[in-house]
Design a protein around this ligand. Structure first.
Ligand SMILES: [Zn+2]
Length: 422
């Protein structure tokens, strides 16, 4: 079988059915339909999700996504098995004693409408997004395609392998929401080695980076204030102004103290408040995120944010709630696995250059899975596989050089052979 050709074909199929985080019903069905006939044991729905750790998953959006999948002809029995929770963790036991190695691939897309530029490869080759308003503009279609190709390769080469292999197809990476939920399933607690990768980012085709830097810890918070309505002139003293509270809160949030040990950022990206001109405003909501170079810095920012919300709510005598809707931690690659990736990548004809350190400036909830694996004594490594881009990630014109699929597949394959080869 030509695995590279297969990866490109799958990538182009997946590119046509992009789905936002927690709504990846078509994508999950395609994954299950591809790997279950190969003999992979799959954990589906709530079997692969720690319900207490689910973040940023609006129920009405999930229902709408499920409905669309059914309308598009996805097998209803598969949808049923998902219990509303997308993604899957698959396992293959070689029957021989050996380590447990897990490979992680994220499967969701971004909420931008794909460009109609004629030169854009998905337009030229006729595989553009069939879902209005959303597209794979971060390359996760490529990640999923590599994961599915690995599923095939591992089965084909089972006789040369020992131990167990797990494939983690993670939902809702955008907004760093799904990683914590899959980590909390406990299905990674026996993992010795966890590997994950991202295509493109700041690396051109032919380059591989084994220690991406500037991967920031982050926490996403939704804040809701609830006041009390009243007539603004007749009885303003009976009202409790949620809008005024939110305004003060946002100013305080933006001015919070920074940490001396390194970079810490806060962004308030959304504020909505009020009902109408002649009523003391009852409702206000604020969406914010903090980021930190280390977990310590990020925690410092989160603590302040919580205190500011609590303090302003107290000052204005309104009720409040804070919901954590996303979270990612520190990226701590293990030196043993990093040198393995360096060695394997260096031996691939498609890889011209392995760089050790490169600054990215993003957040990744792979770190949530890695933290869990590390807590149970395992090791993890997250690397970047270069692929020339036509535009930056999350833009409408984004596309990546499909040669990156060959390198990504080559690295995962080489690492599995080294870690689980007999
Ligand atoms: Zn991404």
């Amino acid at each position: 079988m030509d695995y590279i050709k297969n990866a490109v074909k799958l990538r182009r199929e997946l590119h046509q059915i992009p789905e936002l985080g927690w709504g990846e019903f078509c994508t999950t069905a395609k994954i299950l339909e591809t790997i279950e006939p190969l003999g992979w044991k799959t954990f589906v729905g709530v079997e692969q999700i720690g319900l207490d750790a689910v973040m940023g998953r609006p129920e009405d959006f999930v229902e709408k996504s499920k409905k669309r999948a059914l309308e598009e002809g996805v097998d209803p029995t598969l949808i049923e098995r998902m219990h509303g929770y997308t993604g899957t963790i698959a396992e293959l036991d070689t029957g021989r004693p050996g380590p447990v190695t897990a490979l992680r691939f994220d499967i969701d897309c971004v909420g931008v409408e794909e460009t109609d530029l004629k030169d854009h490869l998905p337009n030229k080759e006729n595989f553009r997004s069939r879902h209005a308003g959303v597209m794979h503009s971060c390359g996760h279609d490529g990640h999923t395609a590599v994961g599915l190709t690995m599923a095939q390769w591992i089965v084909d080469h089972k006789d040369q392998l020992c131990g167990r292999i797990k494939l983690i197809f993670q939902p809702a990476e955008e907004g760093v929401r799904g990683g914590a939920a899959q980590a909390a399933s406990g299905l990674l607690d026996d993992v010795n080695y966890l590997l994950g990768a991202h295509l493109a980012m700041m690396c051109p085709t032919g380059e591989v980076c084994v220690y991406p830097e500037g991967v920031l810890c982050t926490t996403k918070l939704d804040v809701r204030f609830k006041g009390r309505p009243a007539h603004p002139t007749m009885s303003p003293h009976l009202g409790r102004n949620a809008l005024a509270c939110a305004c003060t809160c946002v100013s305080e949030l933006l001015g919070m103290a920074r940490h001396g040990k390194g970079l810490g950022c806060i962004n308030v990206g959304m504020m909505q408040a009020g009902e109408g001109r002649n009523v003391i405003p009852v409702h206000a909501q604020v969406q914010l995120e903090v980021r930190g170079e280390t977990a310590e810095i990020n925690d410092f920012m989160v603590d302040q944010a919580n205190r500011i919300v609590k303090g302003t709510a107290l000052a204005y005598d309104v009720d409040y709630e804070v919901e954590k809707v996303g979270e990612a931690g520190e990226l701590n690659n293990d030196p043993e696995l990093a040198s393995l990736v360096t060695e394997v990548a260096g031996s691939l004809p498609s890889c011209e250059r392995v760089v050790q350190h490169k600054k990215l400036g993003c957040s990744e909830d792979f770190t949530m899975l890695a933290t869990r694996v590390k807590a149970a004594g395992g090791k993890s490594e997250f690397f970047v596989v270069g692929a020339d881009r036509t535009a930056a990630h999350h833009q409408r014109e984004f596309d990546f050089d499909e040669k990156g699929l060959e390198t990504a597949f080559g690295i995962f394959k080489g690492c599995v052979l080294k870690l689980n080869g007999i």
